[in-house]
Design a protein around this ligand. Structure first.
Ligand code: GAF
Length: 386
């Protein structure tokens, strides 16, 4: 997000609402390097923010109205709501996300009122890159500053997650919101989803002659459909059967015995979560040792676990991973919730074009629409940009 982006959003604000906003903020989407479906098990993850972000211009209103406008909203671009009337179930479409954040802040007893808001996003929607968390977090940081709330970053993430869970009806964990508000440029974020402690881990791709490609399969993922909720419920049931507060409390040493105590449908879920938490630890150790190329095999191993144990990959993500690795990628995996969405591929800089071409060719041969290719550059988290 640049000064140009801030200028464009200011201009959009002037056109729609008239006059000037009090400020312009941006909150990024993310890719998760490793640590998938661990956040709602109180576990670990290693996301990084993307350059793609939601930009938002806003100005407080004294009459309690929340007037929203989204440049991506099409025929339903404008929404007008009364802050006092916000309630789960009372808002439809994309406006559930920004309205939900204002509701969640109000629910916390914070003194929030209305606003004129103009939104514009470069995060592709439905691609597993956290477009909804970026939207929520842009509203959260803007409201924090406009209304002088003084909230810490993890509190903003929790409010945004509460909005998504209770207002938008998506039972997500906290990783995407933490990534959007806590990431810093040039780093991946080592997240402990239980304590919300974070550690900035230097992730210098260019300095090691590497690039991280994002291959958006364009297969629509929808976390609100029951599959994500069912997986989450399965993990919680497994933890209860094992007498643990959460699956985070099981480690590799205890895994074999635990697996014998679980019904057949839960054992693979538990195996994924335990091995995935361990992969996060190994990935952080490799980055700390200055070996980002060593993430490659961990990515591919993580994908196999998501495919075979967790069951959240699909034909297109499996094909993208296989084709990328066959074409020389150091490793690849689906990123985000799954059921479609995007694959990340770690490649040597000189091989990026060949890997992207090989994936496109494999998709064409299989009769799938061409994937969209982005580059993941570790970028700053939510902030004021104008
Ligand atoms: C989605 C959810 F929103 C996250 O909370 C996380 O569970 C992820 O899927 C899987 O790791 O992005």
């Amino acid at each position: 997000m640049t000064a140009d982006a801030a200028g464009a959003v200011r201009e959009g604000f002037r056109r729609v609402h008239g006059g000037s906003p009090e400020g312009v903020w941006a909150a990024p989407g993310r890719v998760n390097l490793i640590g998938e479906h661990t956040d709602y098990n109180d576990g670990f993850a290693l996301p990084m923010a993307l350059p793609q972000a939601v930009a938002l211009a806003a100005r407080r209103r004294g009459d309690g109205l929340l007037r929203l406008y989204s440049a991506q909203g099409g025929a339903a671009a404008a929404a007008e709501l009364r802050v006092a009337d916000l309630a789960p179930g009372a808002t439809e479409g994309w406006a559930r996300y920004p309205a939900g954040v204002v509701w969640a802040l109000r629910e916390r007893g914070l003194p929030v009122g209305g606003a004129d808001v103009y939104l514009d996003s470069t995060v592709p929607a439905g691609a597993g890159l956290s477009s909804s968390a970026a939207l929520e977090c842009a509203v959260a940081v803007a409201y924090d500053e406009l209304y002088g709330l003084g909230m810490a970053r993890p509190e903003l993430a929790r409010a945004a997650q509460h909005a998504e869970n209770a207002y938008a009806g998506v039972p997500c964990g906290v990783m995407d919101q933490m990534a959007s508000v806590c990431c810093t440029g040039g780093h991946a974020l080592h997240l402990d989803s239980r304590s919300l402690e974070v550690r900035q881990v230097p992730f210098d791709l260019g300095g090691h002659g590497l690039r991280l490609l994002v291959l958006d399969t364009r297969v629509k993922h929808d976390l609100a459909d029951g599959a994500y909720a069912a997986l989450r419920a399965g993990c919680e049931r497994a933890a209860r059967l094992l007498g643990l507060p959460a699956l985070r409390d099981l480690d590799g040493a205890g895994l074999p015995a635990a697996l014998t105590r679980l019904p057949g449908e839960l054992a693979p879920l538990v195996r994924h979560v335990v091995t995935e938490n361990a992969r996060v630890g190994r990935a952080v150790a490799e980055l700390a040792a200055g070996r980002p190329e060593a993430l490659g095999p961990l990515l591919t191993e993580g994908h196999a676990s998501l495919r075979d144990d967790y069951g959240v990959s699909c034909a297109e993500t499996d094909l993208a991973v296989a084709a990328a690795v066959a074409a020389g990628a150091l490793g690849a995996r689906m990123t985000g919730g799954g059921f479609g969405g995007s694959v990340i591929a770690l490649v040597r800089a000189g091989e990026a074009a060949a890997v992207a071409a090989a994936v496109a060719e494999a998709f064409a041969a299989a009769g799938h629409a061409a994937p969209a290719v982005l580059e993941a550059v570790p970028s700053p988290g939510a902030r004021r940009i104008g």
